[in-house]
Design a protein around this ligand. Structure first.
Ligand code: TRP
Ligand code: SF4
Length: 405
C-alpha cells in the first residue's frame, strides 16, 4: 500500500448550490478561498449531493443553481488555474467513500450533531427525518478525506462537521491502519535516519509517549519533514510510530475558521436569503444603491438633528468592511454630533459596494455569455480531482478488505 500522506497542507471546501450568492458569501467565504488558492493546493466542491439532503423535493433549484453558483465563484476571483473546481456528484468516489465510512460511523455521533436537530427545527416544512440527512456529516467527511485534505475553511456552524471528520479519520486509521509487521518495519525505518537522528527520534518519541510532551512531538515531526529522502511508506510509518498509532491512511483534517469582518444583512441581522436582506453578488448597481439608501439606521436617530450611535447601526458595519480609517472617523464623529445625515453617511458605502458589484458583473460577463467556458472549467477540475479521489479509494478498499486478486 503506498498511501500518500498530505505533508503539504491541502485545502478542501464546498458550497451547496441552493440559490444565487450574495455579499455575505463573498465576504464570509469566497474572499477567503481566493486568498487560500494562491497559498495551497485547493479543491472547491459544488456540493450538490449535500443540497439534495434538504432539497430532495426541488431538483429544479439545484439544477438551476449549479452553473450560476460557479459563475459567482469565478466572478469573485476564484481561479480555475489555481484551484480545482468540480461537482461532487460527478465524482462517484465521494459517494463510495460515504458508504464505506458509514460502516464505521456510530449512530450516536450523528444523532448528537447539533446541526441535525437545529436544521430539522429550522426547516419544519420539510421532512428531514431521512437517512440521507442524518448522514450529512459523513458525506462531508468523505468530501474532505477523499482528497486527504488537511485544512477545511468553514464558518462556525460547520465546525462540528469537521470535528466529526477528524474522529472518523482517526477511527478509520485505528481500525485499518495496521499493516503486518508494522513494528519491525517502523524500526527499520528509524534506522534509515542515521545514527544521530535515529537516537534523537527515539528520544523525542519516548518523551511524547511517556509524558505527552507536545513539544517533543513537534520536534520529531520537524525532523521527519526535513528528511527529503524518506520513502512515502517510511515517512508514514515514522509519523504513526511516533504517536503510538500505526499508519495514517487518512490524515485528520482541521477547520480553518473564516476570519473577516462579515457584512451584515441590510436589516442588521445575518445576511441570508431567508431574511430577504441580501445584496446579490451580481445585482444591478441601481438596485444596490437603492437598497442601501433605504436600509434602516440607528433607530434613535429619528430626525436629522438627533445624534446617533454607529454601534447601533447596520450601516456602520458596512463601513467596517468597506471604508478606510479616514471615512470611519468622519462617520463616528459626524453621526454622534449629528454633523452628517444618514444619506451622507451611506454614500461612501454605496460607492464602494456598487464598485464591487460592478467588478463582479464584469468578471462574470464572459461566462454568462458562453456557458461552455464554465462547463469546460468544471469538466477539467472534475477530471483532475477524480484522479486524486480514485487513488484514495484504491487504498481505502484495500484497507477494508475489498480487493480480491
Ligand atoms: N456543509 C457545508 C455547508 O453547508 C458545505 C460543504 C459540503 C462543505 N462539503 C463540504 C464544507 C466539505 C467544507 C468541506 O456550508
Ligand atoms: Fe448609521 Fe451613519 Fe446614520 Fe449614524 S449617520 S445612524 S452610522 S447611517
Amino acid at each position: 500500500m503506498n498511501s500518500v500522506p498530505a505533508t503539504d497542507p491541502r485545502v478542501l471546501s464546498g458550497m451547496r448550490p441552493t440559490g444565487r450568492l450574495h455579499l455575505g458569501h463573498y465576504h464570509g467565504v469566497l474572499k477567503n478561498w481566493v486568498r487560500l488558492q494562491n497559498r495551497y493546493e485547493c479543491f472547491f466542491c459544488v456540493a450538490d449531493l449535500h443540497a439534495l439532503t434538504t432539497q430532495y423535493e426541488e431538483p429544479d433549484v439545484i439544477r438551476e443553481s449549479v452553473w450560476e453558483m460557479v459563475i459567482d465563484w469565478l466572478a469573485a476571483g476564484v481561479d480555475p488555474k489555481a484551484a480545482r473546481l468540480f461537482i461532487q456528484s460527478r465524482i462517484a468516489e465521494h459517494s463510495e467513500l460515504h458508504l464505506l465510512l458509514s460502516m464505521i460511523t456510530p449512530l450516536g455521533w450523528l444523532e448528537r450533531m447539533p446541526t441535525y436537530k437545529d436544521q430539522q427545527e429550522r426547516l419544519k416544512e420539510k421532512d428531514l427525518a431521512t437517512y440521507g440527512f442524518l448522514g450529512y456529516p459523513v458525506l462531508q467527511t468523505a468530501d474532505i478525506l477523499v482528497y486527504k485534505a488537511t485544512l477545511v475553511p468553514v464558518g462556525e456552524d460547520q465546525v462540528p462537521h469537521v470535528e466529526m471528520s477528524r474522529e472518523l479519520a482517526r477511527r478509520f486509521n485505528h481500525l485499518y491502519g495496521r499493516e503486518p509487521g508494522f513494528e519491525e518495519k517502523a524500526e527499520a525505518a528509524v534506522r534509515t535516519l542515521g545514527k544521530k537522528n535515529a537516537r534523537l527520534y527515539r528520544e523525542l518519541r519516548r518523551r511524547f509517549q511517556e509524558r505527552g510532551d507536545r513539544q517533543a512531538l513537534e520536534e520529531a515531526r520537524a525532523l521527519l519533514d526535513a528528511r527529503q529522502n524518506l520513502t512515502l511508506g517510511d515517512r508514514e510509518r515514522l509519523y504513526g510510530y511516533l504517536e503510538g498509532r500505526s499508519r495514517i491512511l487518512l490524515p485528520e483534517p482541521r477547520a480553518l475558521l473564516t476570519p473577516a469582518a462579515r457584512v451584515p444583512g441590510l436589516d442588521g441581522r445575518k445576511m441570508s436569503k431567508s431574511y430577504h436582506n441580501t445584496i446579490g453578488l451580481r445585482d444591478e448597481p441601481e438596485t444596490v444603491a437603492q437598497r442601501i439608501r433605504t436600509m434602516p439606521t440607528d433607530p434613535a436617530r429619528v430626525r436629522r438633528t438627533d445624534p446617533g450611535d454607529p454601534d447601533k447601526c447596520p450601516v456602520w458595519r458596512f463601513h467596517e468592511v468597506y471604508s478606510d480609517d479616514k471615512i470611519r472617523e468622519w462617520v463616528r464623529h459626524g453621526c454622534r454630533s449629528a454633523a452628517i445625515g444618514c444619506l451622507d453617511c451611506k454614500q461612501p458605502v454605496i460607492d464602494a459596494v456598487v464598485a464591487e458589484v460592478k467588478g463582479f458583473r464584469e468578471r462574470a460577463k464572459p461566462f454568462q455569455d458562453d456557458l461552455g467556458l464554465v462547463r469546460g472549467i468544471i469538466a477539467e477540475g472534475t477530471e483532475s480531482a477524480r484522479d486524486v479521489a480514485r487513488q484514495t479509494l484504491e487504498e481505502v478498499r484495500e484497507a477494508m478488505g475489498l480487493v480480491y486478486r
